[in-house]
Design a protein around this ligand. Structure first.
Ligand code: PEP
Ligand code: MN
Length: 277
């Protein structure tokens, strides 16, 4: 018998030494698979906006499209997302461009429609410990991108993942997206040490979101490159075809040219750590 020492069990390397590879659509993520770039706007705003942005990120080399339809906003007066209409746009663009997509489910009733229109379900930082929601996505069976809560420890993140896996869904990708600290210069403090720590203790894939992690456009390329260097399995980047007119998170959105430039800078670093892009 193996004594189980960690509070998380199913997601721990102790019981499962080999890296888990999660497939989003046809795109494998984790283990020795290529480094994955997930890109797209913070929010789906219109068919034209998503279609233009998606075309640009795909031709620059992104293999998964992101775009929120249900948006968790700090202010109730901010754009809340297009809801079901946004999901339909996401599903349509994803199909037209043959690129799988991920979008957030904010509550249990969102899980079914999100699972229908997208290839993966995102659980946002604010919902990392919404245990009913974690159980629901565990039962839905779609791949899950679970974002670290802004005040959550790594152990709490791993225990949140345990809720999903416990329901029989092993397809969980963890996402470091920055935590609240005393520092106010950046939107959050991107804890890149979480990446090698999680890799040591869990078999689940880990990605990094430097967009929410820093909140500052100029910091996104260097932190995305640093994420690749420290062993992340991928990054999630906010890109908008017209950042100045974005309805949410415009200040942290790269435009198409900036994203293309980032992809070029990323490649040699990804290759230096023994992976492909
Ligand atoms: C997002 O990715 O759109 C988002 C809201 O991120 P987070 O939950 O990490 O704040
Ligand atoms: Mn955002």
């Amino acid at each position: 018998m193996t004594p189980i020492l960690t509070p998380y069990k199913l997601v721990s390397r102790e019981l499962h030494p080999h890296d888990t590879v999660v497939k989003i659509g046809a795109v494998p993520l984790g283990g020795d698979k290529p480094f994955v770039v997930i890109a797209g706007p913070c929010a789906v705003e219109s068919y034209e906006q998503l279609s233009t942005t998606a075309g640009a990120v795909k031709s620059a080399g992104a293999t998964i499209l992101r775009g929120g339809a249900f948006k968790p906003r700090t202010s109730p007066y901010s754009f809340q997302g297009l809801g079901l209409a946004g999901l339909e746009i996401l599903g349509r663009v994803s199909q037209e461009l043959s690129i799988p997509s991920v979008t957030e489910a904010m509550e249990v009733v969102d899980v079914l429609p999100v699972s229908h229109h997208a290839a993966a379900v995102q659980i946002g930082a604010r919902n990392m410990q919404n245990f009913r929601l974690l159980t629901a996505v565990g039962q839905a069976g779609k791949p899950v991108i679970l974002k670290r809560g802004m005040a959550a420890t790594i152990q709490e993140l791993l225990l949140a993942a345990e809720y999903v896996v416990k329901e029989g869904n092993p397809n969980v990708i963890l996402c470091e997206r920055g935590i609240k600290t005393f520092e106010t210069a950046t939107r959050n403090t991107l804890d890149l040490s979480a990446v090698p720590y999680i890799k040591l203790h869990s078999h689940l894939p880990v990605i990094v979101d430097p967009s929410h992690g820093t909140g500052i456009r100029e910091l996104i390329p260097p932190m995305a490159i640093a994420a690749a260097a420290c062993g992340a399995d991928g990054v999630m980047i906010e890109v908008h075809c017209d950042p100045a007119h974005a309805l949410s998170d415009g200040q942290q959105a790269l435009d198409a040219d900036q994203f293309t430039a980032l992809m070029r800078r990323l490649r040699p670093v990804v290759e230096a750590v023994g992976r492909n892009l």
